[in-house]
Each structure stands twice: as structure tokens, then as C-alpha cells.
Design a protein around this ligand. Sequence first.
Ligand code: FAD
Length: 357
Amino acid sequence: METSGLIRELERRFPPDRLLQRPAQTAPYESDALTAFRARPAAVMLAETQEEVIQVVRLCHRYAVPFVARGSGTSLSGGSLPVEDGIVIALNRLNRILRLDPAQRIAVVEPGVINLDVSRAAASYGLYYAPDPSSQLICTIGGNVAFNSGGAHCLKYGMTANHVLGLKAVLPDGEVVQLGGESLESVGPDLTGFFVGSEGLFGVALEITLRLLPKPERYRTVLAAYASLAGAGDAVAQVVASGLLPGAMEIMDALAIEAAEAAVHAGYPRDAAALLIVELEGERVQVEAEFAHLLRVIEGSEAKLSPSPKMTPTGRASGRGARAPFRRWDGLARIIWCRMALCRAAGSVRRWRPSSA
Ligand SMILES: Cc1cc2nc3c(=O)[nH]c(=O)nc-3n(C[C@H](O)[C@H](O)[C@H](O)COP(=O)(O)OP(=O)(O)OC[C@H]3O[C@@H](n4cnc5c(N)ncnc54)[C@H](O)[C@@H]3O)c2cc1C
């Protein structure tokens, strides 16, 4: 490992404001969202073009210095933790949507594009990008590709791997490859699928072709309270066994309910041990028929009387297409959940309390 030689090469090529070396500059890059682990890189390179990423990877290869690609650093498992004295290649500035083709329903994006920005850009065409990790407001498509990220909608739509049609990547030895294409039908082995979920170990994704879906015409959401977590879990099995395929399904346990109530007063029943949120989406006629079916399934489960109605079909109560529970849940509650997960992982607290927020 010849770090000093590499740094000299990088200094010749990049201005100091894009080659961060001072401890105060590199500190924000020393860990990801799993803050229990830290490592100081020799430098952080803020890339602005694909060509720059390729150059840095090739130099790292030549000098045998390890590098870690970094999107927004929201990995909860140390994925973007630097290697001590290695290089961090920060990709946030590669945040251009290069092409959005509504006829083909694809978007070609750079790796630093924020997940939610793809759906925002596609919205005017009635399209959206389905994989929805809870961090989608901030995490990047490059990070999603590396972690094959998913969210509440994966049951119906699958993970990131099901929505990446192709990608251009630079491999660790500097070779640039094009995997997959612009359609679901590819010839030969599924190398795109092999790359997605490889946690950054196979190379750096430079350009990603994403599949877009038409936005559902109708949403219907049910929120049901349960006396036990097991009861809510059984209800999930009953919903799936009934043949329904909800667009999204989530359970909140008592701690998550407590945290959400303390933070945002979402109106969840505090005496419930668990909440089940089920959302149907699709064409209007189909969703209405499935909604009636879903209500019967939930009524047949152990849904608890809490606080007074047995369940709250919010789609009905709150008007057409209402998505109130998911909107509430999507916000602070998820962040609180992650914070609890982080605290637990760090071993700093055994139980989250509102006063420690
Ligand atoms: C509040 C919160 C909620 C979350 N919810 C979810 C969730 O619902 N579902 C879920 O799956 N995850 C979730 N996560 C985890 C995390 O957000 C995802 O894994 C996300 O995909 C990481 O994206 P990022 O841009 O932050 O990547 P980073 O953390 O920067 O990097 C993650 C990994 O990707 C690699 N990488 C980054 N860019 C590239 C690239 N261009 N090419 C190759 N490798 C690359 C990195 O080296 C690293 O290994 C959550 C995290 C937080 C903090």
C-alpha cells in the first residue's frame, strides 16, 4: 500500500476543496449511520464526473490502496465505513438524471441521485420508482444498488434488483463495464443482478438504468390494532394466504407506537401491543374489490378493540386515496425506529425513551 504516492498523484489532479485530507474535513466520512465504528481515511475525494471516479479507482489499483465508494452514508451496517488510511470516493455530486424516457418507462441516472428525486422527476409523466427504503429522502441510487435496498413496497414490487435494468460500472482494477441494458429481457447471465447487492465490492456504479412504473390510480389503507405482536404477525400471514397482494404492509410494535406518539402525536392507540398497516394500490375497480376482501380478513384476525373501533379503514374514513398511516409512519416514526436500531447496535442504550430523543 503506497498511500503517500497515491496522495501526491491525487493532489496533482484535484483541487484541495475536493480532496479532503485534514481531520476536520474527513471526520464526517469516518463512519456511516452505524456510528459505533469509525476509521480515518487518508483522503476523501469528492468526485464530480464519472471520468474522475474511473481515474481515482485506477490510481488506487496502481498504488494498491483500498477505496470505499460512498453515497449518503446512511448504511446501517458499516457499508460505507472507510478502510483506515484508504480513500473514500464520495459520489453525492454525481447527481444528474441523465435521461428520463416516459415511453420506455426508464430513467438513466448517476449514482448520487437521491432515491426520491427519481419519483419526483417521473411524477409529471404519471410514473414513479418503486423501491422505497425509509431513507429514500436522503439515500442514493448507488447505495441502493450496492445494498439491494427495499422498503414497505417490496412485498408487491420487489427490491432494487427488480428495478435495475442495466448499469455502467468501474471495476476495482479500473476496467469499465456495461451490464444489462434497457429492458427486462437480457441475453446471457444476469450480471446486473450479480452486481446489485454486492455491497460495493465489485466496483463503483457510474450510471444506472432504472425501471419506472405507472403510478397507482387508487390507494386504500387499513390500520388495525392488536393485543400482541404475534397477533399482528398472524394477521400478515392471513392477508397473504387470502391471496391479496398489498402494495405495502408494516407492523409497528409497542415501542415504535410509543416513540411515534411521543414525537408526532400521530393518534395511534397507545394501548395496542402492535399495529398492522396494510395498503392496497392499483386500478380503482380492483382496489375497491380487494379492499372489501381485506376488511373481512382483518375482521377475522385478532384485531384488538383499540381505542374503540376494531379497526380504522382510513381509506374510507379519510377520503379517497387516503394514505394517512403510511404518511405518518414514513416520517419521524421511521427515523426513530432507526435511531433505536443504531443505539442498540452501539450498545449505548437498552431501551429508547422519549426523554432521550
Ligand atoms: C433512517 C434510515 C432508514 C433506513 N431504511 C431502510 C429501508 O427501509 N430499507 C433498506 O434497505 N435500507 C434502509 N436503510 C439503510 C440505507 O439507507 C440503505 O442501505 C441505502 O441504500 C444506503 O444508501 P446510501 O446512499 O446512504 O449509501 P452509503 O451508506 O453511502 O453506502 C452503502 C453501501 O453502498 C456502497 N456504494 C455507495 N455508492 C455506490 C456506488 N455508486 N457503487 C457501488 N457501491 C456503492 C458503499 O460502498 C456501501 O457499501 C435506512 C437507513 C436509515 C439511516
